[in-house]
Design a protein around this ligand. Structure first.
Ligand code: ATP
Ligand code: MG
Length: 398
């Protein structure tokens, strides 16, 4: 990562050799200054997009009209963006137009929070006209300029504010929090996908609770998809380690919420995680055997369920223990999936000289269960013997 800045510095040096300016900027400067891991390093410059392209061998145009070019240096991508200021905002989510400028300070002024509005030279010297370092040291999220104006321009910034609270374990300045409370309703202008993306980052942070408290206190909660119908107290009190887990806790408590899940526009995998988790809790409560639980549900699902049932005391202590036993049982299961079974439909039809039908599925399910429970050895001969013993009538019913 130290390396990322070293490689990025080559880009800045090339810009400077050609009489342009170049600085590290944004999240990378913030995270570096905080001593956090940096995964991508952005650069800002007074060179225009065409000029950036002309200076470097390998570039990718990712949004020239907004001033952004990706420069590949030593095989790594760096976003290099021309200093820019933004025009008026009429839709509360994006500027009507952007203008390039020759002044770094103007570029920094359009950025959301002071901690995100610091620039750094190739030699790692800070340029910090909006006192980001001071807020960083006080662990505060503070808008550049007047908070209410900045949230009025772009309502997503309110969610970014609470997301950074959670990620960095920072607080909002009182002016920022007050402005969020006043503008919460403007979240309705923001695309659901962008809201969900911010929420997912928030839930992966280190102080989720502080962010949730502010979401509830400022009433942003009432304007968030899915969450808007959740009781404030319930929301504050629930504990979850991901957005999916948060949804599971609330749907578990009130199944009527299930029908609002679609409003979050989650990816299929995330929806599956939520549904499977709810099914796993139900199975647990219905007393499903530990080995069967372990077999039917993915490890990630069971571990996630284990987290939330403990954090929220959703089930009895007995069931908590039962679930842990299921997680522990997973590595030693006699089967990992159906394809490992030593017999399939054809084996059974041949052995019994019977035609296919619904019985076949039932029979395979029963065999699978017996093998998992350790009552039947998983080889073809044993399975055929078992079937011969257990099949009750000529229809093949067991
Ligand atoms: P991370 O990448 O960890 O999510 P980041 O601060 O790098 O955090 P990005 O979304 O990558 O966030 O944006 C890069 C920079 O662009 C920010 O640091 C900030 O200066 C500016 N920025 C991003 N979104 C906005 C916005 N909605 N309003 C104003 N400035 C913004
Ligand atoms: Mg970033």
């Amino acid at each position: 990562e130290q390396n990322l800045f070293k490689i990025g510095a080559k880009i800045i040096e090339r810009l400077e050799e050609n009489n342009y300016e170049g600085y590290f900027v944004g999240g990378a400067v913030r995270d570096y200054t905080l001593g956090r891991a940096v995964s991508d390093v952005d650069i800002t410059t007074n060179a225009l997009p065409d000029e950036i392209e002309a200076l470097f061998d390998k570039t990718i145009d990712v949004g020239k009209e907004h001033g952004t070019i990706i420069v590949l240096m030593d095989g790594l991508p760096f976003e290099v963006t021309t200093y820019r200021v933004e025009g008026t905002y009429t839709d509360h989510r994006r500027p009507d137009n952007v203008f390039f400028t020759q002044h770094l300070k103007e570029d920094l002024s359009r950025r959301d929070f002071t901690i995100n509005a610091m620039a750094m030279t190739a030699d790692m010297d800070l340029y910090d006209p909006y006192n980001g370092l001071k807020d960083l040291k006080s662990r505060l999220i503070n808008t550049v300029g007047t908070a209410s104006e900045r949230f009025d321009e772009d309502a997503l910034r309110m969610l970014r504010a609470v997301r950074f609270m959670s990620q960095l374990n920072f607080k909002l300045t009182s002016e920022t929090e007050k402005a969020v409370a006043e503008h919460a309703g403007m979240l309705r202008y923001i695309a659901v996908e962008r809201i969900t993306a911010e929420l997912r980052k928030l839930y992966r942070g280190i102080n989720v609770q502080s962010a949730k408290d502010v979401i509830a206190k400022t009433d942003m909660l009432s304007y968030l998809p899915f969450f808007q119908s959740i009781d404030k107290e319930q929301y504050i009190q629930s504990r979850a380690l991901s957005l999916e887990q948060e949804a599971v806790v609330h749907i578990y408590r009130d199944s009527a919420l299930q029908k609002h899940l679609g409003t979050l526009k989650l990816a299929n995998r995330q929806k599956t995680v939520i549904k499977e988790s709810l099914k796993a809790i139900e199975a647990l409560e219905n007393g499903m055997n530990t080995k069967l639980l372990a077999y039917r549900y993915e490890e990630d699902i069971l571990i996630g369920v284990n987290d939330i049932i403990k954090l929220n005391a959703l089930v009895s202590a007995d069931l908590e223990v039962h679930l842990e036993a299921a997680i522990d049982a997973r590595p030693q299961l006699a089967l990992k999936n159906r394809s490992e079974l030593a017999a399939d439909g054809n084996t059974l039809m041949t052995a019994l000289n019977a035609k296919g039908g619904p019985w076949l599925r039932e029979c395979l399910n029963a065999i699978e269960e017996e093998v998992l429970l350790g009552n039947l050895i998983n080889n073809e001969k044993e399975i055929v013997n078992w079937v011969n013993l257990h099949v009750k009538n000529e229809d093949g019913n067991i």
